[in-house]
Design a protein around this ligand. Sequence first.
Ligand code: ADP
Length: 221
Amino acid sequence: MNAIVLFGSPGSGKGTQAKLLERCLLVPHVSTGDMLRSRGAAVGQSVVATMQSGALVSDDLVNRMVEERLSRGDATNGFILDGYPRTQAQARHLSEWLDERGIHELVIHLIVDYNIIIARLTGRRQCPVCGTLYNMVSHPPKVDELCDLEGAKLVVRDDDRESVIRERLEAYERQTRPVLDYLREAGRQVREVDGSTAAPEQIFETIRQSLNAHDCTKNGR
Ligand code: ADP
């Protein structure tokens, strides 16, 4: 039973890699961003406003939400965390939770050049039905602006506007990047993966090999 933590800046491809890993390893993809968005107004107006500004919501809320999610039956064989932990307090909370259960944690750090991040975030579109991510430059849908899987009209996420992108990147530099050093110093396993140049499938292959996972393409997964 393993916890895989996908770590990287907004736009580094965590969501895309998490979906590929979920399909290969058959363990759930737990994205705090998706969870918060799917709860909509139920999380409260101030949380929605914080997300729309690009800042981070409270550690307490996110920690409780993740704990509840990881305690469900489908996470007993492992899980993939995407967008969590994002602060030192979250990292400490997660490590304690995992240690209490004897769960091993592997952090995959996706490293992507800053200019590529900007191009990815400004061109990003998402299917409002299934959440699949596209990029109008590097990974466009087959039919203009429509999801390949659902046929739904793709949307720009509220927080993919330029001023908000800047705030999200600043929050990453200020609060999230230092978490990597904290995890390393705490003796957690961190693997660096270059996420800049290759196609998503090639990056996934590098991650798969570093996890020593079986070759999912060979059994049709
Ligand atoms: P991205 O990584 O592309 O910025 P996410 O979908 O992961 O986007 O997150 C969207 C927003 O949700 C964040 O900007 C933040 O407001 C909130 N959020 C998600 N995960 C966390 C977290 N672990 N801690 C605090 N806020 C979070």
